[in-house]
Design a protein around this ligand. Structure first.
Ligand code: SF4
Length: 81
């Protein structure tokens, strides 16, 4: 189990790719026009993934001008981004 949960809300994502430029785990899909994560799991809003290190995810989430990416600390339930 990961320490953090990353979520991309595809209702909000506009697909221009600031996150993709900052973190190689984010990929823009030609099919959906939205940002996806390698090995991400679909959820009701878009996509989610558990990670153990914040790494470049935090930078990418903070760079999204639409706030489409959230990161939650699963140990404290605190929303980091
Ligand atoms: S920066 Fe935000 S709006 Fe742009 S592709 Fe990434 S998640 Fe979508």
């Amino acid at each position: 189990m990961g320490k953090y949960r990353v979520e991309i809300d595809h209702n909000i994502c506009q697909g221009f790719g600031a996150c993709v430029e900052l973190c190689s785990d984010f990929v823009l899909s030609d099919e959906t026009g939205k940002s996806h994560m390698n090995d991400g799991t679909k959820n009701e809003k878009g996509e989610t993934k558990q990670i153990t290190e914040l790494g470049c995810y935090e930078k990418a989430a903070k760079a999204c001008p639409f706030k489409a990416i959230s990161i939650i600390n699963l140990e404290t339930n605190e929303k980091i981004v």
